[in-house]
Every structure is written in structure tokens, then in C-alpha cells.
Design a protein around this ligand. Sequence first.
Ligand code: FES
Length: 56
Amino acid sequence: MYVCLCQGVTDGQIRDAIYEGCCSYREVRESTGVASQCGKCACVAKQVVRETLSNV
Ligand code: FES
């Protein structure tokens, strides 16, 4: 599912970024570009990051 429409970032891409070494929301944002435009997706993006980090 798309988390960020502006940048076309999916929840899968956010998870992959974490599996590939990102360990914070900020790093995920820098690596995927999520929430770097309108910012509406920030809440959901943070939630996906939090959930994924607590499962690795
Ligand atoms: Fe993610 Fe706009 S939907 S920055």
C-alpha cells in the first residue's frame, strides 16, 4: 500500500529501508524521500517505522 503519494513510497519500501540498515524515522525519510513534500503521510510513515523497528 502507498504510504506517501507525493513520493510514491509504499510501506514495503519503508520496511526494506529498515532491513537495509535504517534505524530511525529520520534515516528512513532521508533514504526513501517519504514525507518530504506535503508531509501528510508523516504520521502513517512514523507508525510503519515504529512497528517495523519493534519487529526486527
Ligand atoms: Fe508523503 Fe505528500 S504524501 S509527502
